[in-house]
Every structure is written in structure tokens, then in C-alpha cells.
Design a protein around this ligand. Structure first.
Ligand code: COA
Length: 335
């Protein structure tokens, strides 16, 4: 019998609410055009949560999708981490609200705040918890209702974001599979480029916070993204002893197709080996990477043993890159 020696994802699921908002819908109330939005971002439509739906609802639905595909997946889960920038409440953690609704009573639970990089940060945290023997199976969720913290009258931000969630179970997997490396970074000096208010009236650099909604300097974030994706992606490949030619699938944060194309050019990686679904979901913040991963596993693009590179970036400014060999089995029970 093969001994388990890796740690990786053994189950994945995702959810996006049914309400579709197309680019043309914004033409009704914003000075914009469907053509402008698609040509500048690659986004055609995105999903909006209902007025009475919040991040815990997105997360529960993603876990239900995961359970539909991997019915045994929650057995033995002893920790839930929810990566989100839009928690239901300051406290309790959205992770605990989700855990209670999916029948996980008494397990550990906490939220992780790293904006759009949150899911990959949470995967790294989960790997550490399992490697240290603190937990056996960790349910990692990236869930957001970002449209609720965006000013729907601001054409520069409203068009970019959507709502949704992804969920993954992380545990031991056979040798040679699972996570190979992580690069996690942040630079709070860039906080003013992208933030959403909470309690403080100012950022530490003196920036006065006078909006209730997400504030973004699109050009600054764009420049940061086209620099940090190739930089952190290359770092994590070097750390893992991999070359671009080893990568079967690149799964980037889904913010803007021009950012993704620029990264592919820098890597000399064909767009055909990249998972892109931002045309249908827009930027769902911490949910983009698991949503894209979940879709590509479900439709058979990602196969057992394939080499993945995932890179995310966002508010913080923050970034996270990860290499992983996909394992299509069911974790330690399979061994
Ligand atoms: N419709 C029409 N015009 C718009 C618009 C919209 N929805 N949003 C902005 N504009 C205008 C701007 O006001 C600006 O007008 P001005 O030149 O008169 O000032 C003009 O379009 C060009 O703005 P610019 O910011 O240079 O456009 P861009 O090509 O950089 O595209 C973004 C704007 C926001 C799409 C792009 O900068 C971007 O994607 N940045 C990264 C944002 C991001 O990913 N955030 C989340 C990170 S996790």
C-alpha cells in the first residue's frame, strides 16, 4: 500500500447565484457601453446574489455542490476556513455560520482576510494545519457577495465584480500529488489602490476614507497585476523545480482578460492552457480560483496527475501563487 505523503485537494465544488447581469444591463443606468466593458475587461456577464443572500449562503451552496460530486467528502472534516472580503458579520466568522448549516458541529472555524488572494492563502493555511497534524481534513471555502460592497452607480468598479463561491477539501494525498509550493506576499504600502471601508476613517498613509464602498485605482491595480502574476508565478515554479513547459493548466485570478493575456505572454504560455471563465462570472474575488478550478475539473479539462499553476492578486495589496499536481482520487480513503 502506498503511503500518503502529499497534501492536496481531494474534492471541489462551486456555486454562482442564478441572477445574470449582462453588460447591456449597465447601459440602463451608467454612462458606459457593453462594447467598452467587454473590450476593456473580457467580461460579458456576471452573477448577483439576491438582496437577502449573503456570503454564508454562497458558501453553503458551494459545499452542497461539492457534496453532490463527492458524497463522502465532509466525513472527518475538523476545520473550516472561509476566505472572504465580504463576511456576513464582523463576527462570528462566516466559516462557523457555514459549518453549522452543513452539519459540521464542534469543528474549528475561522475567516481569512486576504481579498482576492484569499482562497490560495487559505489553501496554504490548510496545508500547514494538516502537515502539522493539527487537523486531518480542512474544508476551504472562498465565498463573496462583492457586488454588495461595490457602488452600483460607479461605472469604474460596478462592472467588474460578481458573486459566488468555491469549496475544496484539503487532506493527505498519495506521494507525488498535491501542493508543491506556495508564494504568499503583500505590500500594505499599496493599500490605497484598492480597499473597502470598515471602522477606520483613514488608511495609515493618511488617505481619508469617505466612501461606504470599494475604492479602486484601476490603473495602479492593473500595473501591479501585470507585474506580480509573472513574478510570483515564476518564484513558485522555481521553488517547486518546475518550468513553464511543465504546466498543463494555468489558473489565474479572474479579474481582467487583458491582465491574463499579459501574464501568458510573459510566461510564453499559450492562452489555450489557461482556465478563463471571467466572461461569465466577472471578478468574484476570493471565489475566482476555486470557481475556475471546479468548472475545469467538472468538464474534464483537468485530469489526474496534471500540473497546475494558480496565481491570485488583490487588495492589500496581496498576492498568492501555488503549484499543485491534481489528484482525482478521494484522499486517504483511497490508499
Ligand atoms: N465605461 C466607460 N468608460 C469607463 C468605464 C466604464 N465602465 N470605466 C472607466 N471608464 C473611463 C474612465 O473614466 C477613463 O476616462 P478618462 O480617460 O476620461 O478619465 C477611461 O475610461 C479610461 O480609463 P482607464 O482606467 O485608463 O481604463 P483602462 O483601460 O485601464 O480600464 C479597468 C479600466 C478598470 C478595466 C482596468 O484598469 C482594470 O481592469 N484594472 C484592474 C482592476 C482590477 O482588476 N481590480 C480588482 C483587482 S482584484
Amino acid at each position: 500500500m502506498q503511503q500518503p505523503s502529499g497534501i492536496g485537494i481531494t474534492a471541489i465544488g462551486a456555486y454562482a447565484p442564478p441572477k445574470v447581469v449582462t453588460n447591456a444591463d449597465y447601459e440602463q443606468h451608467l454612462e458606459t457601453s457593453a462594447e467598452w466593458i467587454e473590450s476593456r475587461t473580457g467580461i460579458r456577464e456576471r452573477r448577483y446574489a439576491a438582496d437577502d443572500e449573503f456570503t454564508s449562503d454562497m458558501g453553503v451552496r458551494a459545499v452542497q455542490d461539492l457534496l453532490g460530486r463527492y458524497p463522502q467528502a465532509l466525513e472527518g472534516v475538523d476545520m473550516v476556513i472561509c476566505a472572504t472580503a465580504t463576511p456576513d458579520a464582523s463576527f462570528p466568522a462566516t466559516a462557523t455560520l457555514i459549518a453549522a448549516q452543513i452539519g459540521l458541529h464542534g469543528v474549528g472555524g475561522f475567516d481569512l482576510s486576504a481579498a482576492c488572494s484569499g482562497f490560495l492563502y487559505a489553501c496554504a493555511a490548510a496545508q500547514g494545519l494538516v502537515a502539522a497534524g493539527i487537523n486531518r481534513r480542512v474544508l476551504v471555502i472562498g465565498a463573496e457577495v462583492f457586488t454588495k460592497i461595490v457602488d452600483q452607480t460607479d461605472r469604474a468598479t460596478a462592472i467588474l465584480f460578481g458573486d459566488g463561491a468555491g469549496a475544496a477539501v484539503i487532506e493527505q494525498v498519495p506521494q507525488g500529488y498535491g501542493f508543491q509550493g506556495f508564494v504568499l506576499g503583500s505590500d500594505g504600502a499599496g493599500a490605497a489602490s484598492l480597499y473597502a471601508p470598515c471602522l477606520a476613517p483613514k488608511l495609515p498613509d493618511g488617505t481619508v476614507i469617505d466612501s461606504r464602498y470599494t475604492v479602486m485605482n484601476g490603473r495602479e491595480v492593473f500595473k501591479f497585476a501585470v507585474r506580480i502574476i509573472p513574478e510570483s508565478g515564476q518564484q513558485v515554479m522555481d521553488k517547486s523545480g518546475l518550468k513553464v513547459s511543465d504546466i498543463d493548466w494555468f489558473i489565474p485570478h479572474q479579474a481582467n482578460i487583458r491582465i491574463i493575456e499579459s501574464a501568458c505572454e510573459r510566461f510564453r504560455l499559450p492562452l489555450e492552457r489557461t482556465i478563463v471563465n471571467l466572461d461569465r462570472y466577472g471578478n468574484t474575488s476570493a471565489a475566482t480560483v476555486p470557481l475556475a478550478l471546479s468548472e475545469a475539473v467538472a468538464d474534464g479539462r483537468i485530469q489526474d496527475g496534471q500540473q497546475l499553476l494558480m496565481v491570485a492578486f488583490g487588495g492589500g495589496l496581496s498576492w498568492a501563487a501555488c503549484t499543485m499536481k491534481w489528484y482525482a482520487g478521494n484522499g486517504v480513503q483511497d490508499l
